[in-house]
Design a protein around this ligand. Structure first.
Ligand SMILES: Nc1nc2c(ncn2[C@@H]2O[C@H](COP(=O)(O)OP(=O)(O)OP(=O)(O)O)[C@@H](O)[C@H]2O)c(=O)[nH]1
Ligand SMILES: [Mg+2]
Length: 482
């Protein structure tokens, strides 16, 4: 190729820039051509990647993520809360439209906490009425502590008056239960057969659950039950004038609830019975002032703390965009049916439950159970190509428990005499899960692990962004290989 001398002023600057130098030797020429070839290959592969993305979009091949924690029924690991974070980040409008529904759940959570206190008061009354007779063998999972039942504090007439004045909250709990699950989806089949005041103690301490369908949400939200979604931003969709709304009753009981929760005798009673409401999911008694306001609208944080048990598998769809990449359809599954053909599993192991046992089998430690499930997921042949992302969750509660003096090594014997600190215990558990991952994966894969408190919106946001990137990259790499 001969080269014109570059003097003309109208020469295209790009052509000038990429033109071969004058007096190019044959060796230089070969080198240049090799470099150009390499550059073209890179450019082609980028084009191809974009095509793969477009193809994936066209085929409507969604990214599938499964949220998995402990087995259904053992629950409370934070799956639904992680999903709420996903929704808050990626479809804030839908999240806001559900505010009214979560308000009802929070009201239910409050009513339930008060009912637990009222039940405890009944036990104190019963104990003082017949001090020598053993207590009815109902009652709580932690019955073993009740040698100390004789030491239950004595309630005054004022306490009993408070208890009576708060009884409308029992009706609030029942009516919210019925509205949330019209088909009476209580954990126990028997509970809905009896009126709330007659339901045996043990039954009433169980949780209400919803089937995973979204139907329950539209019961409470105007925005979800009607098609007018335009004003979602400013309107929380709450019908404050709804005669069935328990907001008025909660507001009327406000002072009494606050008084009850701050009463030293009641606190002592709960202590003796080892009922730690503060550690129970859906705890709002420290926020009564705010939550019982007549026009209370739950904050994002409140919604993340609200507790409603999920049964079955629910699918949630999002359109997610990562960086400059084309947006993709995502399906996030809460709890597990689908076993294969998912791109990723987010496995939630709540670290804070190291001192708790399963409701179903008090002999089994919850953390240990979580580890066993992790092992079976990790070693599952069908899931060997699935990205596993471990969330060691409820770190905030773990930290609080350790600070309150609860000894980790008393429950996790192998921890020995290492320091009872968050740093020590969390690293230890990460190593434990990591070792299982390393030794049980059918083929080697990377161990992705995050310490999380998924009720903390800010820190969870960053983690979910990273997880999203990781999953998209993996999913692209897979479709590239196919
Ligand atoms: N403090 C704290 N609370 C959390 C954390 N993660 C979840 N929770 C709370 O724990 C409760 C249970 O969380 P969920 O997300 O409902 O648990 P789940 O795994 O969906 O449980 P099931 O539906 O019963 O299977 C909720 O009240 C959450 O607000 C956490 O990291 N820290
Ligand atoms: Mg759930």
């Amino acid at each position: 190729m001969t080269r014109r001398s570059v003097t003309s002023e109208d020469e295209d600057p790009l052509t000038l820039a990429i033109a071969p130098p004058p007096n190019e030797t044959p060796t230089q020429r070969d080198q240049r051509l090799a470099e150009e070839k390499k550059a073209k290959e890179i450019s082609d592969s980028i084009d191809e990647e974009i095509n793969v993305q477009r193809l994936a979009e066209k085929k409507e091949n969604p990214v599938k993520v499964l949220l998995l924690g402990m087995l259904p029924g053992q629950s409370e690991s934070g799956k639904t809360t992680t999903l709420k974070n996903f929704q808050l980040i990626n479809s804030p409008k839908a999240f806001k439209a559900e505010r009214a529904s979560w308000r009802a759940v929070i009201q239910l959570n409050v009513a339930r906490s008060i009912r637990i206190i009222i039940d405890a008061m009944s036990r104190a009354q019963q104990a003082s009425a017949s001090p020598n007779s053993p207590l009815a063998p109902d009652t709580r999972d932690d019955i073993s502590i009740l040698d100390s039942e004789n030491e239950l504090p004595t309630l005054t007439a004022e306490h009993l008056k408070l208890k009576m004045r708060l009884s409308p909250l029992l009706q609030v709990e029942e009516s919210l239960w019925r509205r949330l699950s019209p088909s009476s989806a209580f954990e126990s089949e028997t509970s809905h057969l009896a009126s709330i005041t007659n339901v045996p103690h043990s039954t009433r301490s169980k949780e209400v659950y919803v089937q995973s369908s979204m139907a329950w949400k539209s019961t409470f939200s105007r925005l979800l039950s009607t098609s007018t979604r335009s004003s979602v931003d400013s309107d929380p969709g709450i019908d404050f004038d709804d005669p069935k709304d328990p907001g008025v009753i909660l507001n009327n009981c406000r002072e009494d609830m606050i008084k009850l929760w701050h009463d030293p005798t009641i606190r002592n009673l709960l202590n003796v019975l080892r009922i730690r409401l503060e550690d129970t999911p859906g705890f709002f008694l420290d926020d009564l002032e705010r939550i019982t306001e007549l026009r209370y609208v739950p904050s994002d944080d409140d919604i993340l703390k609200a507790r409603l048990k999920t049964m079955g598998v629910s699918e949630h769809r999002f359109v997610l965009r990562t960086g400059n990449m084309v947006s993709r359809d995502w399906r996030v599954f809460d709890v597990g049916g689908a076993r294969n053909s998912v791109d990723a599993i987010i496995f939630l192991a709540p670290l804070s439950c190291f001192d708790q046992s399963l409701v179903e089998d008090p002999a089994v430690n919850r953390l240990e159970d979580s580890i066993l499930l992790w092992r079976s997921i990790v070693s599952n042949q069908l899931l060997q190509k699935t990205e596993l992302i471990l969330f060691l969750n409820k770190c905030d509660i773990l930290e609080a428990k350790l600070e309150s003096g609860i000894q980790f090594s008393k429950w996790v014997i192998s921890y020995g005499d290492r320091p009872n600190t968050f740093e020590g215990t969390s690293k230890y558990m990460k190593k434990k899960f990591g070792t299982i991952h390393k030794h049980n994966s059918p083929t080697p894969r990377t161990f992705y692990c995050h310490f999380t408190s998924v009720t903390d919106i800010k820190s969870t946001f960053q983690i979910l962004e990273n997880v999203k990137d990781l999953i998209v990259r993996k999913s692209l790499a897979d479709s590239h290989m196919l």
